[in-house]
Design a protein around this ligand. Structure first.
Ligand SMILES: [Zn+2]
Length: 170
């Protein structure tokens, strides 16, 4: 037996019946579907058809995954350091070495860790001799001084100030 299904263009669900003329109102939301094109589906294939349509709908409604890119932007406009997705060390010998050439900056001065699941970024001072300031405050070196890095925070390595910027795109 053939059933006829109409797609409600309001709630995007199907209403099916063996009589085309029965199909004037969406059984899910009550929207008028009399003008919609009926799709003939064999009754035995109806569950599979509806299942497949539901999956297509879910796929479409899935929110786009946002990708965050973390940047340390030089406050004097002298460039920026892009922090890799897996985080890493920033310093004279590490990430950002093109900008951090001053001897007063450690080879490894700060460590950035990124928790992608929680969308959180942490900064830790890992240098022995040189100081790091977070929003003007001296950071305590090591794990105990680990801080969450929030958007627009200012991280200062020696005399270089960087603004923490998050760029998101889909
Ligand atoms: Zn509907």
């Amino acid at each position: 037996m053939i059933k006829f299904c109409k797609l409600c263009n309001y709630c995007k669900k199907y209403t099916c019946s063996d009589q085309i003329f029965d199909l004037f109102e969406c059984e899910h939301c009550g929207h008028d579907i009399s003008a919609c094109e009926p799709i003939p589906v064999d009754e035995s294939e109806l569950p599979a058809f509806l299942n497949q349509q539901m999956r297509i709908r879910e796929e479409r409604e899935k929110p786009e995954e946002q990708i965050s890119v973390y940047i340390l932007k030089d406050c004097n406009g002298e460039g920026e350091i892009r922090i890799p997705d897996e985080g890493g060390c920033i310093g004279r010998n590490e990430i950002g070495k093109e900008l951090l050439t001053d001897r007063h900056i450690s080879k490894q001065q700060v460590k950035i860790s990124i928790n992608t699941k929680r969308n959180k970024v942490f900064v830790e001072d890992v240098s022995t001799y040189n100081t790091t300031l977070l929003n003007g405050k001296l950071m305590i070196p090591g794990r105990e001084g680990r801080n969450e890095l929030k958007e627009d925070d200012i991280l200062q390595l020696y005399n270089r100030k960087f603004q923490f910027v998050i760029r998101t795109h889909e």
